[in-house]
Design a protein around this ligand. Structure first.
Ligand SMILES: [Zn+2]
Ligand SMILES: [Zn+2]
Length: 363
């Protein structure tokens, strides 16, 4: 099997190790993509820290873009040389969720431990999140990729495949935001900024960004927040009521995994409002609510994974909006790094100040 370079996690909480690994040729329905860029997402960090468990050794990384370098049997609509974004949404196309139009919730398990990756001595190596994109090349299912115009820079395109679809999709698909509704977005990090611009694109009347960092709130305004609230205030939801003319929001999008943020989220919600849960706390973490209030005033809670996107439908329109200047992507990148420096890039992301750090591969 061909040898590629990858950043491998051997032990939770330890630095990733750059080493040679084996990557199998694409099987039926699969393609090989030679990567130009992969962004570092908080999910990669949570996995590498052991927050969600999982098999080791593993290769993380799932927010990627590159060029198709090999095509397996029964692949339709893709050819060598196509520029694509690679997503972690591996869907079978025929289970009840896929058939029902929600491939992000595909019910057919994927055996990532016996996927295309192996160590150089032939031992199993987990292709985490069905991507394993902290590596020079990936082999993924054709349903995980979407073609993009060649002229879009790959570092920018890579962001679309996770943070952008998750945030924009949560506002547009999961919340089913209607023009004129009031929105609160809790967390102005990578996903939060995209939820804010998703709300703007969907025609929200007022968009209140809530974050613990004044610096992030300033950035939130660039992405479309009409009002900002410092989450460190006492009862910060009162400032949100004020911004929304004395009432709660129609939609609250929770984009951070912190339990206090989840517990406060319903306080921002108005009568008949709905809360969309996007941020991913560690396994086992619990939040509590008063069901009587939610029942009495008709509030709802919706879990949203990957923005409920259908990538073949949603990524092309996001690309168009980017090219028209209506979706900000360049502004989401805070740093560019080489694969060798991935641990430094991860450390920078963990400080919380960064937007997205992107690994660029030499060709
Ligand atoms: Zn991600
Ligand atoms: Zn499925």
């Amino acid at each position: 099997m061909p040898i590629i370079k990858a950043a491998v996690c051997h032990e939770f909480g330890s630095p990733l190790v750059i080493e040679d690994v084996q990557l199998a040729a694409p099987r039926d329905g699969e393609v090989e993509v030679t990567l130009d860029a992969v962004a570092i997402c908080h999910s990669d960090i949570s996995y590498a820290e052991g927050a969600w468990g999982g098999f080791l050794p593993a290769v993380y990384g799932h927010e990627a873009a590159g060029v198709i370098s090999a095509v397996g049997d029964n692949v339709q609509g893709f050819a060598e040389g196509d520029s694509v974004v690679v997503t972690l949404i591996r869907s079978c196309g025929s289970c009840p969720s896929c058939a029902g139009g929600v491939p992000t919730l595909c019910e057919t398990p994927y055996d990532a431990i016996n996927g295309p990756l192996k160590t150089t001595d032939g031992a199993p190596l987990m292709q985490a999140m069905a991507c394993g994109a902290f590596a020079e090349r990936v082999v993924v299912d054709q349903r995980q990729i979407v073609k993009i115009p060649n002229e879009i820079a790959k570092d920018v395109a890579a962001l679309i495949s996770c943070g952008v679809i998750t945030g924009v999709g949560a506002a547009v698909n999961a919340a089913k935001l209607r023009a004129g509704e009031d929105v609160v977005v809790i967390g102005a990090g990578g996903v939060g900024l995209n939820a804010i611009q998703g709300a703007r694109i969907a025609g929200a009347r007022r968009i209140v960004a809530v974050d613990l960092s004044e610096e992030k709130l300033e950035i939130a305004k660039e992405f479309g927040a009409t009002h900002t609230v410092l989450g460190r205030l006492d009862a910060p939801w009162k400032a949100s009521y004020k911004a929304l003319g004395g009432r709660g929001a129609d939609v609250v999008l929770v984009t951070v995994g912190a339990i206090p943020a989840y517990e406060q989220a319903t306080r921002y919600l108005g009568v008949g409002g709905r809360m969309v849960m996007i941020g991913m706390p560690h396994s086992g973490a619990k939040a509590s609510y008063e069901p009587v209030i939610m029942a009495a005033i008709g509030q709802g809670m919706i879990g949203s994974k990957m923005g409920d996107v259908v990538i073949q439908r949603d990524i092309p329109w996001m690309v168009d909006l980017y090219q028209q200047g209506r979706l900000k992507l360049d502004e989401l990148i805070s740093g560019r790094w080489s694969l060798e420096d991935i641990n430094a890039a991860i450390a920078d992301t963990k400080t919380g100040s960064a937007r997205r750090n992107v690994i660029l591969f030499d060709r």
